[in-house]
Design a protein around this ligand. Structure first.
Ligand code: ADP
Ligand code: MG
Length: 726
């Protein structure tokens, strides 16, 4: 009998070669194999009659091969296949498909799936490049008569699962292997989800779920199958989400049990905050500060995510929080993803906070060794009150005398695990992650992470499931919407003219390139070369600066400072300026090869302008071919300034995994769940997980809870490779 943990090569029919292919796909065990779900199903119980097909529909057809052949046109060879049912006929075409030449024999039964179209001239129906499967042909498994029969019964006369083929392993192979695995699966599969949760959710057993998700009963709703909403799908999806949420919920609880710092927020602190404010905060800023301040006053550590679109004014909120900590006698660390941003924060912190007498230091990786050592000593002795830096703060094990608050800017650039590794207090070597409160243990600092990635609330709560959430949903007053235009780069003279006028009116401009030097990607314009051309020719009379990641810190620093002060009119740059850079006088953002950038990146880049009262303009210049998806991205940028809408489209175009960079954010790639499609199940899983941890009680026994926790830990470790929880 097979267990879920049995290696996949013990499934009959899986040789070492296939096992290798499967392993490469992440399918190592029987359990993995059973989680390899069909991406769609075909109704071969009631296949469509050819005569009832309509142009424009997706259809699955079973018919007999009548004839086939390759014919050559001027541009390419085309393979044509005619399939018949009685007198009805359907033509199928494949372009450039010489490999199909000897594939079909007249009389074979074949299943087809694809979009039905009417031929432009003859109006006859046809399917272009359908997916196909030759039925009952088990030649590729070297089979005898009985196996041939089984093969046939797996392929016709029922709803058939269609798997994504992987390497040499076809959908047909997968169907047989998975079927064999199911037939030999041990009858007692443990169910670690507590009975009360199962009954709230109406979950079927794991065994029934495995069977039905691969081999649906004849009566199953076809719609539910295609949309992953059958009881079998729901069981598997919920199962996956539940154990992830259980881990997150446990972390949340452990955190609340830890000793934190209960900061005091009295009139003295309040007036210290008031004193530094350079402008009236928006209502959203006030509300968010209140949420943060209340959290900071609590006796357990704060873990809060501050989400706000580019330009919504997160920095000043974080400075206010910093003052609360500093006025209570603690140190604050502010981390930024790039040196440029760290430097900029350093300058504005000095501008805004130094008058109040706060001691601020900057610590970045590229400082000289001696200088770093000196700064570290300041930090360890408690002299530095606000420490601003890059990853260097994490990586170089900086020791704080008295850390009270950690602020992480542009959190989407940092991994969650890095975030947790942050902060070490001098003289100890403890892990900052999970653990229970122990008397006498020093207090954990509060953590505030900030991001401009607008994620729908429920998703944010799951992705950053151990964090509380504050949202800045209002821009500071006086902003006019940015005007965005898309042009091809042969219109650059006009664009340069326009920039010149803006500069003449006293404004500044950015020009962004996808690469630094020309040899990186041949056909792309590069920042260094374009800087040379533009500064010597087109803008010979203006002051032009160059900024990219490979300059040394001092140069970067100098260029940025000159641009900030208005000593440079135009800044030619790479995406180093993508996040955070704040020069309100800049009103033009030209992005060359805009088709090469992702949506989130374009939105971030555009966020560098429109920060002051003057009207701002973003020019998306394309050079070369723009794909259909690329065009959708550019159009979205032209159509809206709303970061939330842009994020939704981005999510749609890229899919959740890539959008969130889930791996780097420390979240698992789900095997069967899709956090967008399954948002409701996700919320249910979160609620049920919280309920379980609130036990034991009349509904749930302590044995059930510990069984669920054991399962959760093993999944977090084995399936997701995440650090241990509790
Ligand atoms: P982000 O949320 O993108 O980090 P910043 O904190 O850089 O945004 O703020 C964007 C710009 O808006 C900055 O120039 C900042 O000084 C300004 N700003 C922030 N809050 C206000 C406010 N309440 N009134 C006017 N200007 C503000
Ligand atoms: Mg910012």
């Amino acid at each position: 009998m097979l267990e879920l943990s049995t290696p996949v090569q013990y499934v009959k029919g899986v040789g070492p070669r296939i096992a290798d292919v499967l392993t490469a796909k992440g399918v190592r065990t029987v359990g993995d194999l059973l989680h390899y779900l069909p991406f769609r199903y075909e109704d071969r119980l009631n296949p469509r009659g050819i005569s009832e097909l309509r142009a424009g529909e997706m259809a699955s057809v079973i018919g007999e091969v009548r004839n086939s052949g390759l014919f050559r046109t001027r541009s390419m060879p085309i393979f044509q296949l005619t399939v018949g049912q009685g007198r009805a006929r359907l033509r199928c075409l494949w372009f450039n498909a010489t490999y199909l030449q000897d594939k079909f024999k007249p009389g074979q039964m074949i299943a087809l799936y694809g979009k039905v179209e009417a031929d432009q001239r003859s109006r006859e129906l046809q399917i272009i490049q359908p997916q196909f499967e030759i039925l009952g042909d088990s030649a590729d498994s070297g089979s005898n008569g009985t196996e041939k029969k089984t093969a046939e019964s797996l392929e016709v006369g029922r709803i058939v699962p269609i798997y994504e083929a992987t390497g040499k392993v076809t959908t047909k192979w997968l169907r047989r292997i998975i079927r064999t695995a199911l037939e030999n699966l041990t009858p007692d599969l443990p169910d670690s989800i507590p009975a009360s949760v199962r009954s709230h959710m109406g979950l079927i057993s794991p065994r029934a779920a495995f069977w039905n998700v691969h081999w649906p009963e004849p009566g199953e709703s076809f719609n539910d199958l295609q949309s992953s909403r059958t009881p079998a799908h729901i069981r598997m999806i919920f199962d996956e989400l539940f154990f992830v949420e259980l881990g997150l919920e446990l972390k949340r609880r452990q955190l609340k049990a830890e000793t934190g710092i209960a900061f005091q927020l009295d009139d003295r602190v309040r007036s210290a905050i008031k004193k530094i404010l350079p402008f009236h905060p928006t209502a959203a800023q006030k509300r968010v500060l209140k949420e943060i301040a209340e959290d900071m006053q609590k006796p357990y550590p704060m873990r809060r995510l501050l989400q706000g679109d580019v330009g919504s004014g997160k920095t000043i909120v974080s400075f206010e929080a910093a003052i609360i900590a500093i006025e209570n006698g603690y140190q604050v660390a502010l981390m930024a993803p790039t040196e440029i941003l760290a430097q900029q924060h350093y300058f504005s912190a000095r501008r805004i906070l130094e008058n109040a007498g706060y001691r601020i230091v900057l610590l970045t990786g590229s400082l000289e060794v001696d200088r770093k050592r000196e700064i570290r000593r300041h930090i360890a002795q408690g002299n530095a009150q606000l420490v601003i830096g890059t990853h260097a703060l994490l990586e170089e094990k900086v020791e704080f005398a008295n850390p009270g608050l950690v602020i992480v800017d542009e959190q989407h650039r940092f991994g969650v695990m890095q975030r947790l590794r942050l902060m070490k207090k001098s003289g100890e070597g403890r892990e900052s992650d999970a653990g229970t409160a122990a008397p006498g243990r020093p207090a954990e600092p509060d953590v505030l992470v900030m991001t401009a990635t607008p994620i729908p609330r429920t998703l944010a709560l799951t992705l950053y499931g151990d964090l509380d959430l504050s949202v800045l949903d209002e821009l500071p007053p006086g902003r006019t919407p940015i005007i965005t235009k898309q042009v091809t780069d042969d219109q650059s003279p006009k664009v340069w003219d326009f920039m010149r006028k803006q500069v003449a009116a006293g404004h500044q401009a950015y020009i962004v390139y996808p690469v630094i030097a020309e040899n990186e990607e041949r056909e792309l314009k590069a920042a260094i070369k374009m800087y040379r051309d533009l500064s010597s020719q087109v803008f010979g009379d203006l002051k032009v600066g160059l900024l990219h990641g490979r300059l040394d810190t001092e140069t970067k620093d100098q260029v940025m400072r000159m641009f900030q002060k208005g000593d440079l009119h135009i800044l030619v740059a790479t995406t180093v300026i993508e996040v955070g850079v704040d020069v309100p006088n800049a009103t033009v953002m030209v992005i060359e090869h805009a088709e090469r950038f992702g949506l989130a990146q374009l939105h971030q880049l555009r966020g560098r302008i429109g920060r002051g009262a003057a009207k701002s303009y973003c020019v998306l210049m394309t050079g070369g071919k723009v794909t259909e998806e690329g065009q959708r991205r550019l159009q979205a940028m032209v159509d809206t300034n709303d970061g939330f809408k842009i994020a939704e489209l981005d999510l749609e175009l890229r899919g959740p995994g890539e959008f969130f960079g889930t791996r780097q954010a420390g979240m698992p790639d789900f095997r069967v769940a899709n956090i967008i499609r399954d948002a409701q199940l996700l919320e249910a899983a979160k609620r049920e997980a919280a309920g379980v941890l609130a036990g034991p009680n009349a509904e749930i026994s302590s044995e059930e809870i510990s069984r669920a926790l054991v399962e959760m830990r093993s999944r977090w470790q084995h399936t997701y490779g995440l650090v241990e929880v509790g």
